[in-house]
Design a protein around this ligand. Structure first.
Ligand SMILES: Cc1cc2nc3c(=O)[nH]c(=O)nc-3n(C[C@H](O)[C@H](O)[C@H](O)COP(=O)(O)O)c2cc1C
Length: 378
């Protein structure tokens, strides 16, 4: 892991450490993976414009997101079933994020519960909501997050049905992961992963595992599970109801259109996460970085705007801030780092991002986050 100097290096180690079906679940996108690739190339369409002969001895990465102070403008996006990638799971990432001075978001379909994750590190966290057909589950999530001290809720709206992830179908990935003729050789080639998988507690959807309201996945594929359990009838009225029930900071994640961004603000969302789910849902939908300028204009300062998808470098973070984002979020980068080196891997990933952002701000001539404006990007 010491020889990992960027996210691509972590990805290469993760690829070696994980069974193919697990790595592909982490790494892959939907259909032809057009959006997955565009999330990376989108950043390449912008150039940073350095300004010189300025005092850049002291660089300060601190900023605020929805009223919370963070030590760097890089937050953790929610990802489900994190213990599949490393036995340290959600708790390891939450602790590393807290040490880096930033916000951890827990997924509805996490493999560690709302309560256990809250106990792992005292820092305020966000919780991401998927809506099960029984709306009582959502009500319970809201109450449990309030009791466990979560700072904000985030409703993901781009999963009305599951994206078509053909790598998972080809690998016969089931949920929970089980061994079959196709996967057994794959798994046996990764004894360290297998050891932890067999000796650790069963990987489940920890937030609903004891709930009579939901049916748990039964080793089928994830697409079928989502279709049978998640509610495809969720509308703006339901989102408004959740905002009202929660009464605190509330984000809507998975917005790509300026019209929807405006609507999210109209119903009271305090933040918007421009996201295409890391290219895992509607293929050929646009990268967040390319929609950012239009959405910034549409929202006109009435809510904070975050983006995720394809952020791999300090310069990506700076480009997003220059185009008007309050902060950026990452999914795969921390999962690669976790798979490569557990909690220490995620810690190293934060160190590398921090060093890159600091160096890039110095080279750009911007010592503070608030200095980074549209004049630095073309
Ligand atoms: C393995 C994996 C699982 C994910 N699970 C969730 C989830 O449970 N809820 C959610 O809102 N987004 C989920 N996402 C999407 C991420 O929150 C985020 O939008 C995406 O990973 C950002 O793109 P990036 O991976 O290029 O950084 C998942 C992404 C990955 C890679």
């Amino acid at each position: 892991m010491k020889s990992c100097y960027n996210i691509e290096d972590f990805r290469a180690v993760a690829r070696r450490r994980l069974p193919r079906m697990i790595f592909d679940y982490l790494d892959g996108g939907s259909d032809d993976e057009v959006t997955l690739r565009a999330n990376r190339t989108g950043f390449g369409k912008y150039q940073l414009m350095p300004r010189v002969l300025r005092d850049v001895e002291n660089i300060d990465l601190a900023t605020t997101v929805l009223g919370q102070e963070v030590d760097l403008p890089l937050l953790i996006s929610p990802t489900g079933q994190t213990r599949m990638f490393h036995h340290g799971g959600e708790m390891a990432v939450a602790r590393a994020a807290a040490r880096a001075g930033t916000i951890y978001s827990l997924s509805s379909v996490s493999s560690t519960s709302i309560e256990d994750t809250a106990a792992a590190s005292p820092d305020p966290k966000w919780f991401q909501i998927y809506v099960w057909r029984d709306r009582g589950v959502t009500k319970e999530f809201i109450a449990r997050c309030r009791d466990s001290g979560y700072h904000a809720l985030c409703l993901t709206v781009d999963l009305s049905t599951h994206g078509n992830r053909e790598r998972d179908l080809r690998n016969r990935l089931s949920f929970p992961a089980t061994l079959n003729l196709k996967t057994v050789t794959d798994v046996l080639r990764h004894p360290r992963w297998l050891y932890h998988y067999l000796t650790g507690s069963r990987i489940e959807i920890a937030n609903v595992v004891n709930s009579p309201r939901v049916q748990l996945p039964d080793s089928g594929n994830l697409m079928e599970y989502v279709a049978s359990q998640f509610d495809p009838t969720v509308t703006w009225e339901d989102a408004a109801w959740m905002i009202d029930q929660w009464g605190g900071p509330f984000l809507i994640k998975g917005i790509t259109s300026p019209e929807d961004a405006r609507r999210a603000v109209d119903i009271g969302a305090s933040g918007i996460i421009i996201s295409n789910h890391g290219g895992r849902q509607l293929d050929t939908s646009p990268p967040a970085i390319e929609m950012l300028p239009e959405i910034v204009r549409a929202v006109a300062g009435r809510a904070e705007i975050l983006i995720d998808g394809g952020v791999r470098r300090g310069t990506d973070v700076i480009k997003a801030l220059a185009l008007g984002a309050q902060a950026v979020m990452i999914g795969r980068p921390y999962l690669y780092a976790l798979a490569a080196g557990g909690e220490a891997g995620v810690e190293r990933m934060f160190d590398l991002f921090r060093a890159e952002i600091t160096r890039d701000m110095a080279l750009l001539g911007c010592p503070k986050i608030s200095d980074i404006t549209a004049e630095y990007i073309r």
